[in-house]
Design a protein around this ligand. Structure first.
Ligand SMILES: N[C@@H](CCC[C@H](N)C(=O)O)C(=O)O
Length: 279
C-alpha cells in the first residue's frame, strides 16, 4: 500500500512528515526510515516525523526517527514543521492557531504567528547531570564549564537537556571547527550513555550567537532547534549572553528566549513545505 508523505524543512533541517493520525504505531519501521532519509537512494532527510493521535489530553503526538533510525525525545525544527503540516491536514476544519503536542520530552506547544512563523513553548531546560544524562558530574549537579577530553584537546563543556541531550562548547571561530571528524567523538563519548548532540558556539555579542551542530543520529545538519535552545541556556549559565538572543545557524536564524517568568524556553522560526509524494 502506498504511503503519502510531505517534505518540510526548518532552516534546512529537513523532514519527511507522515499523517499517522489513525494509529499510535508509526506506519513505517526505523529501518525503513533510514532508507527514506538516504540522500542518494531515498527521498533524503534528517529524519521522519509522524503526526499521531493525542495522548494525555493533548491534540496530537509527535514521534520522530533520526536518519540513523534512532528515536529522539524531541525535535525543535521538526515540531515547527509538524505544526504547519497539521494545519495542512486539518484544512478548513482547523479551529485554533496552536497545538498541544505529546512528545517523549513532555507536552510541547507550537503556535502559528501572524507573520507565518511558528513560536514554540519548548518547556523548561533540565540541567542536572542525571537528566542529560552524563557522568561528567555527580548525578544531582549541573554541568557548567566542565573540562572534557576529545580528540587530544580539552573542551570546556556545558550540558543541557531539552528532553534530548546537548553538550555545548564555546569557541572563538565556529567556522574553523572540524565538525565531521570531532562530532562523532563527542556523540559517542563514554561520558554520554545515551550519546549526545553537540553545539559549537561563537559569541558575536550578548544577543547574537553563531552555532554549528553535530546531531546525535543525524550528523551535521543545517540547524537544530533544541540545540539552539540549549545553547542559549548554556550561554546564560556561563554569563556569555542575555536571556533573549538570535542564534545564527548555517540554514538561517532562530530567535530564542529563556523566560524569567516561567523558566521556559520559547523558540521562534520558520517551517516550510517543500513537496509531497508517495512511496
Ligand atoms: N534537529 C532537531 C533535533 C533532532 C533530534 C536529535 N538528532 C537527537 O537525537 O536528539 C531539532 O531541531 O531539535
Amino acid at each position: 500500500m502506498a504511503i503519502e508523505f510531505t517534505k518540510y524543512h526548518g532552516l534546512g533541517n529537513d523532514f519527511i512528515l507522515i499523517d499517522n493520525r489513525s494509529s499510535l504505531t508509526p506506519v513505517i519501521t526505523p529501518e525503513k526510515a533510514v532508507k527514506l532519509c538516504d540522500r542518494h537512494f531515498g527521498i533524503g532527510a534528517d529524519g521522519v516525523i509522524f503526526a499521531l493521535p493525542g495522548q494525555n489530553g493533548t491534540d496530537y503526538t509527535m514521534r520522530i526517527f533520526n536518519s540513523d533510525g534512532s528515536e529522539p525525545e524531541m525535535c525543535g525544527n521538526g515540531i515547527r514543521c509538524l505544526a504547519v503540516f497539521l494545519t495542512e491536514l486539518e484544512g478548513v476544519s482547523r479551529t485554533k492557531d496552536f497545538y498541544t503536542i505529546h512528545t517523549l520530552a513532555g507536552t510541547i506547544t507550537p503556535q502559528l504567528t501572524d507573520d507565518g512563523q511558528v513560536k514554540v513553548d519548548m518547556g523548561q531546560p533540565r540541567l542536572l547531570a542525571q537528566e542529560i544524562p552524563t557522568t561528567l558530574a555527580p548525578t544531582d549537579s549541573k554541568v557548567i564549564n566542565v573540562p572534557l577530553e576529545v580528540a587530544d584537546h580539552t573542551w570546556n563543556v556545558t550540558c543541557v537537556s531539552m528532553g534530548n541531550p546537548h553538550c555545548i562548547t564555546f569557541v572563538n571561530d565556529v567556522a574553523a571547527i572540524p565538525l565531521e571528524s570531532i562530532g562523532p567523538k563527542f556523540e559517542h563519548h563514554s561520558v554520554f550513555p545515551q550519546r549526545t548532540n553537540t553545539e559549537f558556539i561563537e559569541i558575536v555579542n550578548r544577543n547574537y550567537l553563531k552555532m554549528r551542530v553535530w546531531e546525535r543520529g543525524a550528523g551535521i545538519t543545517l540547524a537544530c532547534g533544541t540545540g539552539a535552545c540549549a545553547s542559549l541556556v548554556a550561554g546564560v549559565l556561563n554569563d556569555k549572553c542575555d536571556r533573549t538572543a538570535i542564534i545564527e545557524l548555517p540554514g538561517g536564524e532562530l530567535e530564542i528566549e529563556w523566560s524569567e517568568v516561567d523558566n521556559k524556553i520559547y523558540m521562534t522560526g520558520p517551517a516550510e513545505r517543500v513537496f509531497a509524494g508517495k512511496f
